[in-house]
Every structure is written in C-alpha cells, then in structure tokens.
Write a protein that binds this ligand. Structure first.
Ligand code: BTN
Length: 328
C-alpha cells in the first residue's frame, strides 16, 4: 500500500485528498495516514493540509521498499520486497523467505548488513548510506549444474542497469565481479538448495559500491564506486539502480529459460566480458596455468586458449581467474 500511495502522489504532483486515496485503494483514512507515516520514516517528505490532502514534497534517496516499489517495471522480480534498515545478511534473510515458501522474484534489500557474506567464506563490509546490498530468490526448473549460469545473468543485468542509470561502462570479470577501469564495483554471490537432480531454490546476493567517495587504504587500489567513476557531484539513485537491475535481470532470465543455456546470450555476454582476449591465470587446484581468454561456451564456462592452441574450459566455482596485470 505504501508503494501505491507513493506512486499516486508522484504521478499526481499536487495534492491528493485523503478520500481519493481511500477510495482508489479501498482502505480507511487511518490506514492511509499510517502508510504516509511509514513513507516519512523511509525518507519521503509529505505535506498534509486540511481540506486539500497529501502532497509529496521530496523523496530522499533511501532504499526503502516503497521507493524501489514505485520505480519497478517488472512482472515478478522485486514485486515481493522486504526491506531492512539493518540485517545480518540479505542472503541469510532471503534463504529464510525461500524456506517459508516465498515466490520467485522475492527481493530483500538492506541499508546495512552486520554479517555481509563474500565469496570463499570472506566477509563483505556493509556500512549504511552508500551501497546496495540485495538478494533475490529464483525457483527455476533447471538442473543443479546449470545454476552457476544465474550468476552470469546477474552480471549482465548489473552491467546494463549501471549503463542505463549512470552512463558508465562496467565489465564482467568472470564469473562474479563487475569492474570499471580494473577496479571492483560489484560482487555477486549465488547460493542454492538442491536435492539430487532438482533445484529447490536459488538466490543471488549482489553488493554494489554506489556513492562512496573513498575506500579504506587496503582496498583503494582494487575497489571503486559508481560515484567516483562518474566524476559528478550528484549522488546516484540507489533505488532507481535496484529497480533497473530487477528489470534487466527479468529480461535476461526469461531469455535464458527459453533454452536453459547461454546459446542465446553468449555473444552479448562476451561483449561485457573484461577478460576477453586477455591473458588470464587460472588458479586451478589441480595446477595453475596461463592462457588467453576466448569467451564462454553455451554452459557459461570460460574458454581459455593455451600456448599450444588447445582450449580448456573453466567451470565457475571450481577455480579463480585473475588477470596477469592488475585486478582484472
Ligand atoms: C564477493 O565476494 O565478491 C561477493 C560479495 C557479495 C555481497 C552481497 S551484499 C548482498 C548479499 N548479502 C550478502 O551477505 N552478500 C551478498
């Protein structure tokens, strides 16, 4: 209901009477008043004038559920949205929702995380105010070995959403990171619950550095934010970026589900791939090797050409790929 009220106030621009809101939404005046109070807590300034009604004065770019909801242009991605000012980890919360039967597309967003998870058991620093921390739930009917492709889809969605919202060109460092100019701006962590041949559910957690203006010294050389890269003084809207990621993800996910592989999307993906044509060092537990990245195959595996011209495929999750020079 908050989302609907915010959308009506935004579209109208002027005063909307309490009565009009009540009849459009089929609820009581008290329910409208309560929802307006919640919107105010999420950073919306709303004026209430007797005999005129409610008017939206401004929306602070928080990432409250109603703000994201009013910008969503999706069928199911983010349509069920759970927002936390602070939580342990959006991946932990989405898992709980998945276990409780939440539908495909459910999105959890947090302003800050106290136990943000990175890959390989690392933590993900998650202070409030400038980043995106979000996780969404999927229930695809695909075999467990195809699940890693959903991480690649998330990467594609983020690259296109970032381009759409900021004009910045980011690239995918296969399989889980987004980079700009060789520095990381986004990390992706996909987890799932499976049983033999069947995926029960799968969820992808995404952390994006949006409005940071500096980073701790230890990561200054390897991390950047969209704001730092845009070199513009104004803040980038996190809620608009989240809504755009949802729309883009839904688009790529539906194309992916038609074939269940990357045959349709390979070319577009390779256009976003930071590693393409570059020398990579593959940190395979069975032995490190170097080669030139030649793109991906239909399963989303990285193709690496060795010195003798032969090609190896690298399964995501199995190895870590680093560029020989710099972070990419
Ligand atoms: C990486 O190591 O690069 C992956 C980082 C993934 C971080 C995101 S933030 C939102 C979601 N919740 C978590 O606890 N982790 C992911």
């Amino acid at each position: 209901m908050k989302t609907k009220i915010l959308t009506i106030l935004k579209e109208n621009g002027g005063y909307v009477s309490g009565q009009a809101l009540c009849s459009q939404l089929g609820v009581s005046r008290t329910a409208v008043w309560k929802a307006v109070k919640l919107l105010e807590e999420e950073g919306c300034r709303i004026e209430a004038v007797r005999n005129k009604g409610y008017r939206l004065l401004s929306v602070e770019d928080g990432i409250g559920g109603a703000q994201i909801g009013s910008l969503l242009k999706t069928k199911y991605m983010g349509r069920k949205l759970v927002y936390f000012r602070e939580t342990d980890s959006t991946n932990i919360q989405i898992k709980k929702l998945a276990e409780a039967g939440s539908p495909e597309g459910t999105l959890v967003v947090a302003e800050s995380q106290t136990a943000g998870k990175g890959r390989r058991g690392r933590s993900w620093s998650s202070p409030a105010g400038s980043s995106i921390y979000m996780s969404y739930l999927l229930r695809p009917k695909i075999p467990p070995y195809s699940a890693s492709m959903l991480t690649l889809l998330a990467g594609m969605a983020c690259v296109t959403a970032i381009r759409e919202e900021t004009g910045l060109n980011s690239a995918i460092k296969w399989p889980n990171d987004l980079v700009i100019g060789g520095k990381k701006i986004c990390g992706i962590l996909t987890e799932m619950s499976t049983e033999l041949e069947e995926i029960h559910y799968i969820f992808t957690g995404i952390g994006i550095n949006v409005n940071q203006t500096s980073f701790p010294q230890e990561i200054q050389e390897t991390a950047t934010s969209l704001k730092l890269e845009s070199k513009k003084p104004e803040e980038i809207s996190r809620s608009a970026l989240i809504a755009s990621c949802m729309k883009r993800f839904e688009h790529y996910y539906e194309r992916f589900l038609l074939s269940g592989d990357f045959s349709e999307l390979k070319e577009e993906y390779e256009g976003m791939l930071a590693n393409l044509g570059r020398e990579v060092l593959v940190l395979d537990p069975a032995g490190e090797y170097k080669g030139i990245c030649r793109g991906i195959d239909n399963k989303g595996q990285l193709l690496v050409e060795l010195g003798d011209g032969s090609k190896k495929t690298v399964l995501s999750g199995e190895v870590s790929v680093r560029g020989i020079y710099g972070y990419v």
